[in-house]
Design a protein around this ligand. Structure first.
Ligand SMILES: *[C@@H]1O[C@H](CO)[C@@H](O)[C@H](O)[C@H]1NC(C)=O
Ligand SMILES: *[C@@H]1O[C@H](CO)[C@@H](O)[C@H](O)[C@H]1NC(C)=O
Length: 516
């Protein structure tokens, strides 16, 4: 009896002690300023990092970063009270850290000065552009996607594997839904990867809907614009070593028409500037939400139209500036084209393409709205994959100035769905006919690749040997040609001489010269 009462007493004291902290200082009170939705992006250069996060209460914005054994540096940023988010976190924070060192790994924490709550520690690595870098690219990802956790896993396993993630429009479905709670949930869901790897975005149609427009401008930040991003600058470009990324808003042609001219002017200037010296950034990759070519069954889509709005506006600009790849989403499937211009396939291979190759990586939104393709939209369609379980992300890696590797992976198991080498020895505008000097270095490379390729339509390799051999063959051919002409012109005389010989021969001793 006594001992059981004692046990109860001890138990009671234990429960009181254990709960004391909670009764005295309830946890939620400290939670309101806990930084959440932490994500990073590049600033104007790959050596600049922008950190964004949210809190429930008003607080200042501080990021503390450090590397290895150096002392931590604290940088103060801006806080914005975003009232367009009535049910979500309304205090948005942004810190810009400039001039970091390429190849170096940095650790960071974020916090506000009004609270003693500091975030966990995160890290990022500044890309070293002297090495081949890999980028993850996809569009149309929301909380309804079945495979978000697989993407997370792929990135978190080795955060240095990807130098950036490009989410090319249609984010969260939609950022502003449920009074902003959808956007909060989505940003918390991607935080495990987006806090470590720069999460670069462009707007899709869903970011231009009235209820989400401001959410996009406030919750993200782009390299070239202030914060919140102004409507007239939802586009940017980024020099990433071998690749020059151009991130455009295709919505200017649909939901944001006031900004067509502004973006077109910027785009043409940006592309012209890269073309002044393509050796600095040989590969140009344009990212935009809506595609120009697609094989979806739905005939009402712009990319299915003969007179596609986006093709009319952009195709010539891409062609004149030698844009290597145009990657988009919007259609919830995966597709890759051959080099295509004005609906015509320029080659059924990717060796020295003379037009842009198009890719659609929009299948992560499959759960949201599956789009099917039962037949290719044109002969330009090299590969199209569409099915409910096929949620696909893309990977691009530039090995050097001539070799770029593209893969499309199934998010669920990383299975390779499609891959392609794109080989370009003559970067530059496509409208300038380039006939490589067969004896020059570029010519040599060119014919080497053509020799390797089964799909080559004209086999000129006979001529493309080394210099001396080349001259010999040309000489032999020239003489053969002269001999033939000679033969045709003097055929009568030749024939007669043959007959003359014949007469003197035993078999026709009694014969006579046959008159011609
Ligand atoms: C947030 O706090 C700052 C600094 O204390 C203050 O200047 C600002 O007005 C506050 N914002 C709101 C919306 O209360
Ligand atoms: C470029 O990279 C490819 C793929 O790794 C390689 O085969 C090729 O030899 C490289 N070219 C040069 C010039 O280094």
């Amino acid at each position: 009896m006594h001992s059981s009462k004692l046990i109860w007493l001890i138990y009671f004291i234990f429960v009181l002690t254990a709960c004391r902290g909670n009764f005295v200082k309830p946890k939620p009170a400290t939670n309101v300023n806990e930084p959440q939705q932490i994500h990073i992006g590049f600033g104007q250069r790959l050596t600049d990092i922008i950190i964004l996060w949210s809190t429930r209460n008003n607080d200042s914005s501080v990021a503390e970063y450090y590397t290895g054994n150096t002392n931590a540096k604290a940088i103060k940023g801006e806080t914005i009270h975003f009232e367009g988010n009535p049910l979500g976190c309304q205090y948005l924070h942004r810190v810009y850290i400039a001039n970091l060192t390429p190849g170096k790994k940095y650790f960071y924490k974020v916090f506000g000065q009004n609270s003693d709550f500091t975030s966990s520690q995160y890290s990022f690595t500044i890309p070293d552009v002297n090495k081949p870098l890999t980028y993850m690219i996809y569009g149309d990802l929301g909380l309804l996607s079945a495979n978000l956790q697989f993407l997370q896993h792929e990135v978190i396993l080795d955060p240095q594997k990807y130098s950036a993630i490009f989410h090319i429009g249609d984010i969260a479905y939609d950022l502003g839904s449920d009074g902003g709670k959808r956007g909060d949930k989505f940003l918390n869901a991607i935080q495990p990867m987006a806090a470590h790897v720069p999460y670069m975005t462009i707007p899709g149609d869903h970011e231009l809907f009235p209820g989400s427009k401001d959410h996009y401008r406030f919750r993200f930040s782009t390299p070239n614009a202030g914060w919140p991003m102004p409507m007239y600058q939802l586009w940017y470009s980024l020099d990433a070593g071998l690749i020059h990324f151009v991130c455009i808003s295709t919505e200017v042609f649909f939901l944001d028409k006031d900004n067509i001219d502004r973006q077109m002017k910027w785009l043409e200037e940006d592309l012209a500037a890269v073309n002044e010296d393509r050796s600095k950034h040989p590969w140009i990759i344009v990212l935009g939400h809506r595609p120009m070519y697609c094989s979806v069954n739905d005939d009402s889509e712009d990319c299915r139209q003969f007179d596609s709005v986006i093709r009319n506006r952009l195709e010539d600009v891409f062609y004149k500036n030698g844009v290597d790849l145009f990657i988009s989403g919007h259609q919830h499937l995966y597709e890759r084209t051959y080099p295509v211009y004005k609906n015509k396939v320029l080659a059924f291979n990717n060796r020295n393409p003379r037009a842009t190759i198009h890719l659609i990586v929009g299948s992560l939104g499959n759960q949201y709205l599956t789009e099917f393709s039962s037949k290719p939209g044109g002969p330009w369609s090299a590969n199209v994959v569409s099915a409910m379980e096929m949620e696909i992300y893309g990977k691009v890696k530039a090995f050097n100035d001539t070799h770029l590797f593209w893969t499309a992976n199934k998010a669920m198991d990383n299975g390779v769905v499609d891959k392609a080498w794109i080989i370009q020895n003559q970067h530059g505008p496509f409208d300038q006919a380039i006939i490589p000097d067969p004896l020059g270095a570029a010519g040599k490379q060119w014919r080497k690749h053509n020799q390797e390729d089964d799909n080559t339509f004209i086999n000129l390799n006979f001529f493309y040997v080394d210099k001396d051999d080349y001259n010999t063959r040309v000489t032999v051919l020239m003489f053969t040609f002269i001999f033939l002409i000679f033969g045709v012109c003097f055929r009568k005389k030749i024939l007669n001489s043959f007959r003359y010989c014949c007469i003197n021969h035993d078999k026709c001793k009694n014969g006579q010269l046959i008159p011609m």
